[in-house]
Write a protein of this length. Structure first.
Length: 562
């Protein structure tokens, strides 16, 4: 008798082949039979009319802190994800000497928008070395599997102290020690090494990430010592050709696969095409480089309960910004306050561009639209109503008890549609990621990207071509598993690890973002709940049933590729 049988589902097996109807039997954490199964299971799921897919693999998360205090890796585990990768963008908490913990906390607070009080209260600091950090993760069960990377910024601070934080050039001794520690992390089970070369990554006091201008000699010494795993890189590509040539040399000399964040930025809306061209040329020359893309815009959430809203730079808001949300509400409901704040203007032009570019700000709704049309923008609504955009935005934000949220796509939406994203995501040298689960907890809410990739691109899109469900599932599962070297998961085949989803495709959706105060020290975060995942199964055990946690925690730290 099998432990679990999923009966009569439409199997989308992750290989990209056409869906077919069948049963799946699971015993002892693995898939043991696929087809028409006559035997019985200790537990059975009727999946008639439902999709049965592999579990999804999220390559770009920042749960580095959360996985040290929580066994529930939400919101990713609400979105069909059964494996996550932490340690991205060069930031993390190991290795770390006790006297340098504050430096890493401040860096994570600034780069990934996770409040210092949450990290200070929540991190147990039961490690100093990276192998000890992995041991801490291995001691805790999870509702999905966790893979880790060695973060460059932590290495730099650990080895060089303030010199590293201040971005001083590494000495030969520094480089060799960082390389030794990175290789030690790979041997202990890290999946790869990550670094950041972007100006956007700063501490709250404005200092750039320690790795911003790390020299090629430093990166090459580390990369050549790894001996396994991949390299994850984010870069501004300011001097695009020169920067990419350096990354290509690193990939070739080290023999390591490299993944680079591939995004369409408003300031340089066509630069992604040049980067993608370099990726193609590099692969033709023998370097294994893939662009990592997201299937929707990266958008800032704007609301009165979270850290950004259209009025943040105005004097009236600054007078109440320090108050808890409940104490803000009486002011927000006051007609005199409303009249004052909508008449004011922010002093900082950067703030104005980010939160008052009304033709690029949209209502999000409870069936969030991530490809909004120009006529739904705040500017267009204001023109139709004969009112100011400020008034329209204020009144929309006051819906849902003052908790409503507006959406400002910042990345991947320069042309006002997702055609550039479609070109990126369908390229043979790209993979899916960049959801940033666990990070930017008060301004961005993109861990639901796997869910909206399915709903938008296979069912709901009206402003362009849709994509086949079998292709989308392959991108979320098998392709990402192969990129990481995890050959035991990602497809529904006999002998593979039993990570699966049972999905009601017609009902699947991510709801509007909402604020919860469930982090350590009562910390605030934006999350999106989902519906339509009838079951999510990790290692043969059901961890989610109809959007509710079952309490089972079969997930664990994954050490190394397999």
């Amino acid at each position: 008798m099998a432990d679990l049988i999923i009966r009569g589902g439409t199997i989308v097996d992750g290989t990209g082949t056409a869906p077919y109807e069948g049963d799946i039997a699971i015993t002892a954490r693995k898939i043991t039979e696929i087809g028409r199964i006559t035997g019985r299971g200790t537990e059975e799921i009727d999946a008639k009319g439902r999709l049965v897919t592999p579990g999804f693999i999220d390559l770009h998360t920042h749960y580095d802190a959360q996985v040290t205090w929580s066994s529930q890796v939400t919101p990713s585990s609400w979105n069909g994800v059964t494996t996550v990768l932490i340690g991205n963008c060069g930031v993390g908490f190991a290795p770390c000497l006790p006297e340098r913990r504050k430096m890493l906390v401040e860096l994570m607070e600034g780069v990934e928008d996770i409040p210092e009080v949450v990290l200070t209260e929540g991190l147990p600091w039961t490690w100093q070395s990276f192998p000890e950090f992995l041991d801490t993760l291995a001691s805790r069960p999870y509702d999905l599997d966790v893979c880790a990377q060695v973060p460059h910024a932590a290495l730099r601070v650990h080895v060089m102290g303030e010199r590293g934080a201040n971005r001083e050039p590494a000495t030969e001794a520094d480089r060799q020690e960082m390389a030794r520690l990175a290789a030690e992390g790979i041997r202990a089970g890290a999946i790869g090494f990550s670094t950041s070369r972007t100006l956007a990554h700063k501490t709250l006091d404005g200092r750039h990430i320690p790795t911003l201008k790390a020299e090629e000699s430093e990166l090459a010494t580390i990369a050549n010592a790894l001996g396994g795993g991949w390299m994850q890189v984010i870069s501004d590509f300011e001097d695009l050709d020169q920067e990419f040539a350096m990354l290509r040399r690193l990939a070739l000399s080290s023999g390591r696969r490299m993944t680079i964040s591939l995004l369409q930025r408003e300031q340089r809306p066509d630069a992604w095409k040049t980067i993608l061209g370099h990726i193609h040329a590099s692969n033709a020359a023998g370097a294994s480089i893939v662009g990592q893309v997201m299937a929707r815009p990266v958008g800032v959430m704007l609301g009165f309960e979270i850290s950004q809203n259209p009025f943040v730079g105005r004097p009236s808001w600054q007078a109440i910004a320090h108050l808890p949300f409940a104490e803000k509400l009486p002011h927000l409901h006051d007609p005199a306050f409303r009249a004052r704040i909508v008449a004011e203007q922010p002093a900082d032009p950067t703030v104005k561009h980010r939160v008052n570019t009304w033709e690029k700000i949209f209502p999000l709704g409870d069936r969030p639209d991530y490809e909004p049309a120009p006529e739904s923008s705040i500017a267009a609504q204001a023109a139709r109503q004969g009112r100011s955009p400020d008034e329209v935005a204020y009144d929309l934000l006051m819906q849902r008890g003052g908790r409503n949220i507006l959406y400002r796509p910042i990345i991947n939406y320069a042309a006002g549609d997702l055609e550039a994203v479609k070109t990126m995501m369908t390229d043979r040298h790209t993979i899916m990621g960049l959801g940033d689960g666990g990070a930017h907890v008060s301004i961005i809410c993109d861990a639901s990207a796997p869910t909206t990739m399915i709903t938008h691109w296979t069912r709901d899109r009206t402003r362009g071509e849709r994509l086949p469900i079998e292709w989308v599932i392959k991108r979320l599962s098998a392709d990402n598993a192969a990129a990481l070297g995890l050959s035991d998961r990602g497809t529904l085949k006999v002998g593979r690890k039993a990570d699966l989803n049972v999905i009601d495709h017609a009902r699947l959706q991510a709801h509007a973002p909402e604020v919860r105060y469930d982090l350590p020290a009562g910390g605030r975060r934006l999350v999106q709940t989902t519906e339509g995942y009838e079951a999510t199964i990790v290692s043969g055990q059901m961890v989610q049933r109809e959007g509710q946690a079952t309490g089972k925690l079969p997930g664990q730290l994954v050490r190394g590729t397999r």
